[in-house]
Design a protein around this ligand. Structure first.
Ligand code: ZN
Length: 440
């Protein structure tokens, strides 16, 4: 795990190149420009009056047939996925993509031309940390055509992808961590491929004027037609990964998660990007707790500290917000980025250790016990923790509601408690704890 925080990056200087637009067949010049922190990636139509810009965000998605089109108002840019994939995978967070047409130059149908351009411009760090989307629970999208995309938690951004043509011809699989070096070597050179039966009607309608065997591989039956031979035996699945990276760049945050893709399409990639964005919005919106558990009374921090011997940095409950009965209560702990454990767990990926959640449950449960025993002259020792489950990571900014219920107390010496922690109305961890009490 990287020990330095990751910073946003932009281009070192502007750089441009020209080529042919796939759909119109016209000449287009594309220029990459550096941009300030938190700018994200925006497209700029230099050929239109007032040079309108379009944010490369999933909210602006307009079309997903064959290529990804974004737009704002009546302004459109088509086939944005390859240049987005190159910028995102090469580590560029902020940039302006200027074009004098509605589509980037198609190049050879891969992302190689854009990678070369980014190399020419250089990539330079900025002084704001990157924004991440940490996958907490599995997200998945499915379609009737057999497409399935699953996003799983992971420390890194990984893609595992399968691709299969009609009748499962050209079935391929590749799994990789997306890094600038890996992208440049393994993914960027992979070219667009099309099935003859899909492009024939488009060619007949003259809809892909710029299309040729120089910028796409055409698969006709068992035959693979292209200007130069295949660059990789599994070039098709590599291009599928390229498209996934480009489409998911529309999330606008770095993803820490593992995408498992079965026969992905632009439509399904966009659907996943939407689900991620929706989840991100939900997380930001529920920073404040939505449900305050019911009950009476409570204890403030001072009162908690009169009962518990624990002190900074080991006091894991800020307050008791309610006692539902004598044997049931809810404590609360606000987790901030300043918690000492985040310095080491982990510097670039702060997650609250699960064992500290168990400790928080134990502290809340012992408050119940001390209240029942009406004395603090004894000290509780943890004897066992059973049925411990960690369901979701707890991150900086979360408010944990710690529920504890005494289920058994045998005499005055032994007690059992059933506990769980809740963040944003979802259980993040649970355990059954047993204590014994000894005189101090
Ligand atoms: Zn593509």
């Amino acid at each position: 795990m990287a020990s330095t925080p990751e910073f946003q990056q932009t281009l070192g200087k502007p750089a441009s190149f020209s080529g042919t637009a796939l759909h119109t067949g016209e000449k287009v010049t594309l220029k990459l420009q550096p941009a300030p922190v938190d700018h994200g990636i925006k497209f700029k139509r230099k050929d239109l009056q007032d040079e309108p810009t379009i944010d490369a965000k999933i909210e602006n998605l307009k079309q997903v047939e064959r290529a990804t089109t974004i737009g704002e108002g009546s302004v459109r840019v088509h086939t944005v996925e390859h240049v987005l994939a190159a910028l995102w995978a090469m580590g560029v967070d902020n940039a302006v993509v200027e074009m004098d047409a509605n589509e980037p130059p198609i190049g050879d149908g891969s992302a190689q031309g854009y990678v070369d351009l980014i190399r020419k411009a250089g990539v330079t760090p900025q002084d704001e940390p990157r924004k991440f989307f940490d996958v907490r629970e599995t997200v998945h999208v499915e379609s009737k055509t057999g497409t399935l995309l699953i996003l799983l938690p992971d420390d890194k951004f990984r893609i595992s992808c399968t691709q299969a043509g009609p009748n499962n011809r050209f079935a391929q699989f590749l799994s990789m961590e997306v890094t600038p070096a890996g992208f440049e070597r393994e993914i960027a050179p992979a070219r667009t491929f099309v099935y003859y039966e899909d492009v024939k009607p488009l060619m007949d309608k003259n809809l892909i004027k710029g299309g040729s065997l120089e910028n796409a591989i055409v698969v006709r039956g068992e035959a693979v037609l292209s200007k130069e031979p295949l660059r990789f035996a599994d070039e098709f699945v590599r291009h599928k990964i390229l498209d996934i990276i480009g489409d998911l760049a529309l999330v606008g945050r770095r993803i820490r998660g593992h995408v498992v893709a079965v026969k992905p399409s632009h439509a399904s990639n966009a659907q996943l990007a939407r689900s991620i964005t929706r989840e991100q919005t939900r997380r930001s919106a529920v920073a404040a707790p939505r449900t305050i558990p019911s009950g009476d009374g409570g204890l403030d921090t001072d009162q908690v500290m009169q009962i518990l011997p624990h002190r900074f940095p080991f006091l894991m409950v800020d307050r008791i917000i309610s006692f539902e009965t004598e044997t049931k209560c809810v404590g609360v702990k606000t987790v901030t980025i300043n918690e000492p454990f985040f310095q080491g767990h982990f510097p670039s990926h702060p997650v609250m250790p699960g064992v500290l959640q168990v400790e928080a449950m134990a502290q809340v449960a012992s408050i119940l016990l001390f209240k029942l025993a009406k004395t603090t002259s004894r000290i509780g020792y943890f004897m066992s923790a059973d049925e411990v489950k960690f369901r979701k990571p707890v991150l900086p900014g979360d408010t944990i509601f710690i529920h504890a219920e005494l289920t058994k107390s045998r005499g005055e010496r032994l007690a059992k408690a059933k506990c769980h922690c809740v963040v944003n109305d979802a259980i993040v961890s649970e355990a059954e704890l047993m204590f014994t009490f000894l005189d101090k």
